[in-house]
Design a protein around this ligand. Structure first.
Ligand SMILES: [Zn+2]
Length: 209
């Protein structure tokens, strides 16, 4: 059976081997819908492969993509690419990327720590004189209209008022890590990405006028 190398959309292993294990020819074409499994987690992907000549992807032995007689037409699902809010200061960008990478790798404690860190550095950047818990600072940002009431209400996800020690001993589950990352994403979009977009737009208008 032939194989291809891909980043696995299921276990997120980079550049891992996927082996063909089944195929079905599309009627009146030379295109085969071909099933592959990940050599690490056995999760599946599907590719449509055009047979120019010779063996099909299933019959062929070796790397499909070095064989000019087998042409990849399309494939699904694709590994999900993480989207990082634009216009973040360098350090926040770094912490946020680590939060997304850790989440993809299934390291929920590391992910939630980095989500929290990106939020902490963000609020310090926005409001350098503020002190107290992260939750309290976010509440005060809402009072100064620097974030919307909806974002403030969602900040309960941070749950850090005097309870940090208790929470730190429990492993973080996937749902919590995901929600914390979504909150960080929304917060950073609102406080860094959108103001930068507005600023850009204004400059555009200045040059036109
Ligand atoms: Zn896999």
């Amino acid at each position: 059976m032939g194989q291809i190398k891909r980043d696995c959309p299921h276990c997120n292993t980079q550049n891992t081997a996927f082996h063909a294990f089944g195929e079905h020819k599309k009627i009146n074409t030379q295109i085969y819908t071909t099933a592959f499994y990940c050599s690490g987690c056995y999760g599946g992907i599907i590719a449509e492969i055009k047979l120019v000549a010779g063996h099909t992807a299933l019959q062929y032995k070796g790397e499909i993509e070095v064989n000019p007689n087998l042409k990849m037409i399309r494939e699904y699902p694709k590994p999900s690419k993480s989207v990082i809010p634009k216009s973040l200061p360098g350090n926040i960008n770094k912490f946020y990327s680590q939060a997304t990478d850790s989440l993809k790798a299934g390291n929920y404690d590391a992910s939630s720590m980095m989500s929290r860190k990106s939020l902490e550095v963000a609020v310090k950047t926005l409001s350098p004189k503020s002190s107290g818990s992260l939750y309290k600072i976010i509440e005060s940002l809402a009072k100064q209209n620097m974030i919307t009431p909806d974002i403030k209400d969602w900040a309960h996800i941070i749950r850090d008022d005097g309870n940090i020690a208790a929470h730190e001993e429990e492993p973080v589950n996937r749902e919590h890590a995901e929600e914390l990352l979504s909150f960080a994403e929304m917060f950073l979009m609102y406080t860094f990405t959108m103001p930068a977009m507005v600023k850009d737009k204004r400059h555009d208008d200045d040059t036109k006028a």
